[in-house]
Design a protein around this ligand. Structure first.
Ligand SMILES: Cc1cc2nc3c(=O)[nH]c(=O)nc-3n(C[C@H](O)[C@H](O)[C@H](O)COP(=O)(O)OP(=O)(O)OC[C@H]3O[C@@H](n4cnc5c(N)ncnc54)[C@H](O)[C@@H]3O)c2cc1C
Length: 474
């Protein structure tokens, strides 16, 4: 450590040396933080332990197919993730539906009533869902009327009330007249996919946030978007291109082993064979890794990070020799199958059809052997999709993400720290930090923006208009 560095204040750039930042973790949170800091004129190095960017949302090659580790969707109300897509010039590759339309197939319904839809009209909220609810065949008339009343009660909840986090969504739904069937056929159909937990295991605060923002804010808020290309194309290749053009030095296969602060306030980031010095560090790694890397005193109660649970997602991939599904996706009821997506084009499959089954809150099956999953799920697909009965299965494999998301259990809100730590110049990002959102791509991007915002404010740098964009949308 020399005298010159000791004398430098936080915005060293004003003293002739460029202000520098190291971002640790190249998932969506870290990539976002790196882009936002670089856009504000900071010299940024992004360090990622794995051989690629994208974190939990990535692609890999298998027998000539490009496979996503798990099907990902987002909603029109995900303004931060949409900003990210624009920023990496990938928005056209992951378009939104013109209008929310989710086909819901009930494997157990009598013939003729098997297909229902959750959709919207252009009417103002909450009337935009009224027609869909009125004609939803998977609930009785009385159940549908009660859904309407519960939705209005949900709309009235104050998301800023901390008491919501301590309560379970399931108990709130039961107290508002929702039958087990209604929870299964409607609330969990949406909630399990977005929260990665059934209503009984979810915080009311997080569930209310999802339903209020997605279904009860703006008529188009829940229109669904998904990548028509492999996730790696967006989160790795295009992200890398955007980072390069922004002047970010990106190093993959570079695992950070420790972070420490000098007496002069600057930071040292240790990777095998190199020490990087920086004015600012953004730690955008999962909560357990963040706990292990945080220097002493950076958080009041760092052990709380270890109390944040995790929840698994299983994806089941089936390649048929012919087309068996004519829609881009559907959700299922009366079957262990949850959501099914056609990934044929995105994967590069030339013949036949490739379906990905996205199974959230998969605690019971995350370790089930492939053969047992095959025995269970192929007959289920035959029940739901008659054309599969004559089709040959060319490939069947699974991807297991044991720590896909943080568990949105009641009480999790008080465990999630914000972007600022007690150590000046050190910030946290990650879908698990206190964004108000469940563990989603939206939460990850928001957290990256918050961390960059906090860092730039401390450095006395002008904040980019992008931060206001989110504030308006929030
Ligand atoms: C199967 C699956 C399905 C999902 N479906 C959806 C969906 O439909 N919609 C949705 O919005 N979200 C979905 N999610 C959640 C979403 O993918 C995550 O919330 C988001 O990608 C998390 O991003 P992140 O940057 O916060 O964390 P991560 O993606 O975990 O990134 C952290 C990065 O830090 C790196 N790292 C860790 N330690 C170090 C170290 N010491 N040094 C350097 N690098 C390190 C890791 O390798 C990783 O790349 C899904 C997740 C999974 C797994």
């Amino acid at each position: 450590m020399n005298d010159t560095t000791q004398d430098e204040g936080p915005d060293a750039g004003s003293q002739g040396r460029p202000t520098t930042a190291v971002v640790v973790g190249g998932g969506l949170a870290g990539t976002t933080a790196a882009l936002a800091l670089a856009d504000a004129g900071i010299r940024v190095t992004l360090l990622e332990g794995r051989p690629r960017l994208g974190g939990l949302a990535f692609s890999f090659q298998r027998d000539g197919l490009t496979v996503d580790n798990g099907q990902h969707v987002y909603l029109r109300c995900c303004t931060a993730y949409r900003w990210f897509l624009d920023r990496v010039e990938g928005a056209a590759l992951a378009p939104l539906q013109d209008r929310l339309d989710v086909p819901v197939l009930d494997a157990e319904a009598p013939a003729g009533r098997r297909l229902g839809r959750i959709g919207r009209t252009a009417l103002p909220v909450p009337l935009h869902l009224a027609r869909s609810l009125a004609t939803y065949p998977h609930l009785s008339l009385a159940e549908r009327a009660k859904v309407g009343r519960a939705a209005l009660a949900l709309k009235g909840l104050d998301l800023a009330d901390p008491a919501l986090d301590a309560q379970s969504f399931g108990s709130w739904l039961a107290a508002h007249g929702q039958s087990e069937r209604t929870i299964e056929a409607l609330w969990d159909l949406v909630g399990v996919a977005t929260l990665n937990a059934v209503a009984g295991d979810s915080s009311l605060g997080l569930a209310a946030m999802v339903f209020k923002t997605g279904l009860l804010s703006d008529p188009g808020a829940a229109d669904i978007g998904w990548a028509r290309v492999p996730l790696g194309e967006l989160h790795d290749r295009l992200a890398r291109k955007a980072l390069d053009s922004a002047g970010v030095r990106t190093e993959v296969r570079t695992r950070v082993t420790s972070i420490s602060q000098h007496e002069n306030g600057r930071w040292s980031v240790q990777v095998p064979g190199e020490t990087l010095d920086a004015d600012t560090v953004v730690l955008a790694v999962p909560q357990r890794e963040a706990h292990d890397l945080l220097p002493a005193g950076a958080l009041d109660a760092p052990e709380r990070l270890l109390e944040i649970g995790t929840a698994p997602i299983l994806n089941i991939h089936v390649v048929y020799d012919r087309k068996v599904l004519s829609r881009p996706f559907f959700a299922a009821l009366g079957s262990p199958v949850q959501w099914v997506f056609d990934r044929t084009e995105a994967s590069g499959l030339k013949e036949g059809q490739y379906l990905a089954l996205s199974q959230s809150a998969a605690q019971d099956e995350i370790d089930t052997p492939v053969a047992a999953l095959r025995e269970r799920y192929l007959p289920e697909l035959e029940r739901l999709l008659p054309h599969t009965r004559d089709a040959e299965v060319r490939d069947f494999f699974v991807t297991r993400e044991r720590t896909a998301t943080f568990a949105p259990t009641p009480g999790v809100g008080r465990l999630r720290p914000g972007a600022r730590t007690k150590a000046p110049g050190l910030y946290l990002a990650g879908a698990w930090t206190a964004t108000g959102w469940p563990a989603t791509m939206e939460s990850a991007v928001r957290s990256g923006v918050s961390a960059a915002d906090a860092a730039l404010t401390a450095l006395g740098r002008p904040r980019d208009h992008l931060f206001e964009l989110f504030e308006e949308a929030a």
